[in-house]
Design a protein around this ligand. Structure first.
Ligand code: SAM
Length: 296
């Protein structure tokens, strides 16, 4: 990598840049900046950018990923919460005509308005090294919005394993199901701690997700059952679901059996089709009004 792209991945240059601007890292904001140039390059490749895509980035930091994104995409919009990075980014992103920096918190940003304003309503892709403290709410917002075509995100390795986990594994949880309903995720590659300044304690992984929402007939009820099943992981399905459904235990046991499941099974062994069968059966038995509406 040449020029400013390369310099931004040189730890000595970055230290001097930050000292010149009197910048101090914030651990709470997950400020571990990339200083290994193969990582942004690999993320750009993984995102499949060919000059035609619109990209939404969360947390540009010093711009180590933003610059390669700008060269590989049609347009980049990036949102940064830490306004003390304003003079730094003004310097490091100078001369890039296809980058807009928004100074805001991604957790409160109006995403539909952003996509309408900056991308003419066309579905952009997300490419970002996510701040670790807010990885889950950020991903839930991005996936739940239905506004994005694909996400290429760096997260902690153990979070990556949870996002991609299969039923019955120790990493599998309610958020794995949420992700599975909204996208097809796959771990692309790992990134060691020495690729960042300052070094985090943990290994990171880049996950690529193609967004594709699975239509659910009773979405609210589906996720209520998922939360109940994983909220009490060690309990049987019968005991875990009981507080979430207004049935006597023997009726609940029959309902579970009618879905081809053993009431003694653990919720963590169920995949999306099984949770869907349970929510359909529960909605059919009570009449949907019992769960607060047609989409309960
Ligand atoms: N993209 C840069 C890189 O790869 O070197 C920086 C990534 S750093 C892990 C995360 C960035 O997200 C930081 O710049 C941090 O200030 C920013 N950030 C943290 N919380 C945020 C939020 N809620 N909204 C927007 N940006 C946030």
């Amino acid at each position: 990598m040449e020029g400013e792209d390369g310099r931004l991945c040189d730890a000595r240059y970055v230290r001097a840049l930050l000292a010149r601007h009197g910048f101090h890292f914030s651990r709470a904001r997950g400020q571990n900046f990339l200083t290994a140039d193969w990582v942004p390059q690999s993320m750009v490749r993984c995102a499949g950018l060919d000059g035609t895509q619109n990209v939404f980035e969360v947390g540009p930091g010093l711009g180590a990923l933003t610059r390669p994104l700008a060269r590989a995409a049609r347009r980049v919009v990036t949102v940064e919460v830490d306004v003390s990075l304003r003079p730094v980014l003004a310097e490091t992103l100078a001369g890039l005509g296809n980058v807009d920096v928004l100074w805001a918190d991604v957790l409160t940003l109006d995403l539909p308005a952003l996509v309408a304003t900056y991308f003419a309503g066309r579905r952009p892709v997300v490419c970002a090294n996510l701040p670790y403290a807010v990885t889950t709410p950020v991903l839930a917002r991005l996936l739940g919005s239905g506004l994005f075509e694909a996400l290429t995100v760096m997260v902690q390795k153990e979070v990556a394993q949870r996002l991609c986990a299969a039923p019955g594994t120790s990493a599998y949880g309610a958020f794995s199901v949420y992700v599975g309903v909204h996208a097809r995720p796959a771990i692309a590659f790992d990134v060691p701690p020495d690729a960042f300044l300052p070094r985090p304690r943990v290994t990171s992984s880049v996950v690529h997700m193609v967004c594709q929402k699975r239509p659910l007939r009773h979405e609210t009820l589906f996720f209520r059952l998922v939360r109940a099943a994983f909220g009490q992981r060690r309990k049987t399905l019968l005991n875990a679901l009981a507080p979430a459904l207004p049935f006597p235990k023997d009726a609940l046991s029959e309902l579970i059996a009618s879905c081809g499941l053993a009431p003694s099974a653990r919720g963590e062994t169920l995949g999306i089709p099984e949770f869907e069968a349970l929510s359909d059966a529960a909605a059919a038995q009570t009449g949907e009004s019992g769960f607060g509406g047609a989409n309960a």
